[in-house]
Ligand binder design. Structure first.
Ligand SMILES: NC(=O)c1ccc[n+]([C@@H]2O[C@H](COP(=O)([O-])OP(=O)(O)OC[C@H]3O[C@@H](n4cnc5c(N)ncnc54)[C@H](O)[C@@H]3O)[C@@H](O)[C@H]2O)c1
Ligand SMILES: O=C(O)C(=O)C[C@@H](O)[C@H](O)[C@H](O)COP(=O)(O)O
Ligand SMILES: [Zn+2]
Length: 357
């Protein structure tokens, strides 16, 4: 097992990465809790809930199973989970366990952040994407007008990542998770990026997968330690997200996976970076890799003005300009502000190509 420590303003926590960790949760909990509520979704419950329940034989355990999918990051589901917590008598000495991907992690983390003004929770990620979402304490639900609009920064007590679980993911979910690894590579390290580009998602060997997950987590953990509340370098973790989030909201949550939307957002951000800095970036290499790995290469017709309106309500926006994370080169991200008019031209041309592709 590998351990990565994260220091936050409220408390430090450990990310434990290894195989079969889901069978030993009790052993890694640092304290005894009055009760535990495991929140998971309808797919993950069938695969891993029993293992986790059995590993907590000495605790009083309740479970809540939400419908799988992005639409569960909703105010209604949030309220239902609070009802469940109250009905089961959870108190300030109770623990919430988020067992699943980023949807469960973001939602359950936000329930933990708000139940009785905040109780402990741990992340037990089961998707590749959740190497990112389980670390850093961003917890949230969506609003029809924007992604993750209702949330908080609320770090978990621990992240227990049993990497064996990702072997049951569908190809679409592997793709989605790898988009965030590509993001972490692009903002940090050319060797990491090239190692991903050299791999095929269909033939990924376990050792390489674990190495990518560990590298991605290291990148994320170090950024979060430096800037937990996103006033500076944490914005770089949003590379590809300004457009990606707008696409998710415009298409309707869950129509495209988070990672696929972010992958499209990264292509846009790379093209914009090339033009803005007059540099060559691996836009073609990434486009070919995405094609080889069956990422969506086209988009339904979307109105650029509607997308821009969503981008203008992004959390990074502080005035009437839209901050975009760009790359000067791999590992050298910067935030650059654009007017809506400047972005409209770029976006219209990008979307034109995506619709035709
Ligand atoms: N908080 C953050 O820092 C952060 C970072 C990145 C993404 N996110 C959020 O994460 C969400 C996306 O997370 P996700 O991609 O994990 O989606 P998800 O949680 O919806 O999981 C994807 C699908 O895979 C299924 N699944 C989960 N684990 C499985 C397993 N081991 N085997 C088989 N199926 C499994 C789920 O039931 C679901 O159908 C988005 O809402 C995004 O905004 C948050
Ligand atoms: O941890 C971060 O910071 C990120 O930006 C990670 C992103 O991958 C993630 O999708 C996050 O939820 C986006 O946050 P938001 O503040 O743009 O909603
Ligand atoms: Zn993301």
């Amino acid at each position: 097992m590998k351990e990565i420590k994260v220091q936050t303003s409220t408390h430090p926590y450990k990310i434990m990465i290894g195989e079969k960790l889901r069978f030993n949760l009790s052993e890694v909990l640092s304290k005894k809790y009055a009760s535990v509520l495991i929140i998971t979704d309808s797919h993950v419950s069938k695969l891993y809930l029993k293992d986790v329940q059995n590993s907590l034989a000495n605790e009083k355990v309740f479970t809540a199973v939400i419908p799988a999918g992005e639409q569960s990051k909703s105010i209604e589901q949030f309220y239902e989970l609070h009802t469940k917590a109250i009905e089961n008598g959870l108190n300030r000495n109770s623990l919430i366990i988020a067992l699943g991907g980023g949807v469960v992690g973001d939602l359950a983390g936000f329930v933990a952040a708000t139940y009785m003004r905040g109780i402990d929770y741990i992340q037990v990620p089961t998707t590749i994407l959740a190497h990112d979402s389980s670390v850093g304490g961003k917890v949230a639900i969506n609003h029809a007008l924007g992604k993750n609009m209702i949330g908080n920064f609320y770090p978990p007590r621990a992240v227990i990542y049993d990497v064996e679980t990702v072997h049951t993911l569908s190809k679409a979910e592997i793709r989605s998770g790898y988009a965030e690894l590509v993001k972490e590579a692009l903002i940090s390290d050319v060797a990491f990026f090239e190692d991903i580009m050299a791999a095929s998602l269909d033939e990924m060997n376990n050792e390489r997968l674990i190495s990518h997950l560990q590298q991605g987590i290291e990148v994320k953990a170090r950024i979060v330690e430096e800037d937990e509340k996103e006033s500076g370098v944490r914005k770089f973790l949003n590379f590809g997200h300004t457009l990606g989030h707008a696409i998710e909201a415009e298409l309707g949550y869950g129509k495209m996976t988070h990672g696929e939307a972010i992958a499209i957002g990264m292509l846009f951000a790379l093209g914009l970076s090339q033009k803005y800095y007059g540099v060559n970036l691996p836009l073609e290499e990434l486009t070919s890799w995405m094609k080889a790995n069956a990422y969506p290469s086209s988009l339904p017709q979307l109105n650029p003005n509607d997308l821009l309106a969503k981008m203008a309500s992004d959390k990074k926006v502080l005035n009437d300009r839209i901050p975009m994370v760009l790359l000067k080169e791999i590992g050298k991200p910067e935030t650059v502000e654009f007017t809506k008019e400047e972005l409209l031209e770029e976006l219209s041309s990008f979307l034109g190509k995506m619709v035709k592709a």
